[in-house]
Design a protein around this ligand. Structure first.
Ligand SMILES: [Zn+2]
Length: 158
């Protein structure tokens, strides 16, 4: 029996020199405001994995506002959720993600983002899909004040 998990994340954007997605620096005129390193792609993915195994969310293990989570690498957060899934004898069947942002265009990054997620999860890149969409200029995301991300993961028994 497979287990499906869903994750969502949202962060404010401010003027800056770029932000992290799946551990890759995306140079642009914006930065993500966050207590951690603000990697929304990894945050939503970690939440999806925790959701699939019924282990709450990343806030349970890495609460925002605490000293030990200040600027914490999201690679560690993802690694923790993967470890919990592994202990419950689950492995990733596939991952699908959608990033919502107005700028910059991520077209040229999608392959690298998929490869990075695959590497961090130690799975073949064919099992990872990364999509990016704008909100056609509407709302906080359209006004470049925010960025969000959705992730779905299917886990199967090892
Ligand atoms: Zn986040």
């Amino acid at each position: 029996m497979g287990k499906v998990g869903f994750g969502y994340d949202f962060h404010r954007l401010e003027k800056g020199k770029g932000f992290l997605l799946a551990g890759i620096k995306i140079p642009c005129k914006y930065a993500i405001t966050a207590h951690s390193d603000g990697d929304i792609l990894l945050h939503s993915l970690a939440d999806a994995i925790l959701g699939a195994i019924g282990e709450g969310d990343i806030g349970r293990y890495f609460p925002p506002g605490r000293k030990f989570t200040k600027d914490i690498s999201s690679v560690r957060i993802l690694g923790y959720s993967l470890e919990l899934a592994r202990k419950k004898r689950y492995k990733i069947a596939n991952i699908d993600t959608t990033i919502l942002l107005q700028e910059p265009k991520l077209t040229s990054y999608k392959t690298r983002l998929s490869e990075s997620i695959a590497k961090l999860c130690r799975i073949p890149v064919e099992l990872v899909n990364v999509k990016a969409k704008t909100t056609e200029g509407l709302g906080d995301i359209g006004r470049k004040k925010a960025i969000s991300c959705y992730a779905v993961v299917l886990l199967e028994r090892r």
